[in-house]
Design a protein. Structure first.
Length: 81
């Protein structure tokens, strides 16, 4: 994926078209994130939902002094983690 992205950006820069060259520059700046998304396509909405669920479990678990019990509750809420 990285090689294909680099090849496309090279062609875009060689085209001489200003808007296409600008877009290729933006692609190069965000290359790491684009490739990471290709490897692991998870949206931030899922991450935010997970974080909110963990906060909810933390609020419910307030007063528990056992970290292992807290971890168990998180794993019960998210069995795939």
């Amino acid at each position: 994926m990285a090689e294909a992205l680099d090849n496309w950006c090279l062609l875009a820069l060689e085209s001489g078209l200003k808007p296409v060259s600008n877009f290729a520059g933006a692609i190069q700046r965000y290359k790491y994130g684009i490739i990471t998304y290709g490897d692991c396509p998870i949206h931030t909405s899922k991450l935010e939902g997970t974080n909110n669920k963990i906060k909810e479990v933390k609020r419910r678990a307030y007063g528990y002094h056992d970290i292992n019990y807290f971890k168990l509750k998180i794993h019960q809420a998210f069995p795939v983690l």
